[in-house]
Design a protein around this ligand. Sequence first.
Ligand SMILES: Cc1cc2nc3c(=O)[nH]c(=O)nc-3n(C[C@H](O)[C@H](O)[C@H](O)COP(=O)(O)O)c2cc1C
Length: 189
Amino acid sequence: MQITNDKNQLNSDPITFGKTNPMKNPVFDRRSIRKYTSQQIEKEQLDLLVGAAMFAPSAGNQQPWQFVIVDKRDVLDELILSGPYTSALKTAQAAIIVCADMERVTREGFWIQDCSMAGHNIMLEAYNLGLGSVWIGCYPREDRMANVARTLRLPSFAIPLTIIAIGYPDETKERPDRIDPARIHYNSW
Ligand SMILES: Cc1cc2nc3c(=O)[nH]c(=O)nc-3n(C[C@H](O)[C@H](O)[C@H](O)COP(=O)(O)O)c2cc1C
């Protein structure tokens, strides 16, 4: 995979860059993948994904995260029952549950952003490794959080933000047309 950092391309046509740039780039070409092959994921790769998560920026560098890696079918099956939009877990080979560790929060209120950054790093690194992933929303839905906490036996200070389903892609998705110049404001709205 070739990752572009060619400034000339950006300079030539910044608005249509996301639509027309033919080079693969994780930010533009990662898509939510919800169907996976039966190929198993190496433990080293799962560790790498969590490692990528730990490189995310966080408020005051508080790093208020904890990760639960699930690679057992029976646990994945139980997580399917945790909420309404969990179908990706049917064929997922693994999932990483990104949790906030409220005992590590030093900058009140910023943990959602911090843990979201960590989760996004997981998805971008998954793309880099040829894996597909999708973010399954957990927080702030109380019922989903309670179900996930019960299944994974989370301690009371851990809040599950998301279940990220992971596997080798069994579907392909084109880069959508998303860049909307009308939403870009310079210096004031
Ligand atoms: C906060 C959040 C919650 C989401 N919840 C779910 C979910 O519960 N189940 C699911 O299949 N996808 C979920 N998604 C994935 C979105 O549907 C997906 O990102 C969106 O449709 C854009 O598609 P893309 O990721 O391919 O760019 C969620 C994404 C975010 C950011």
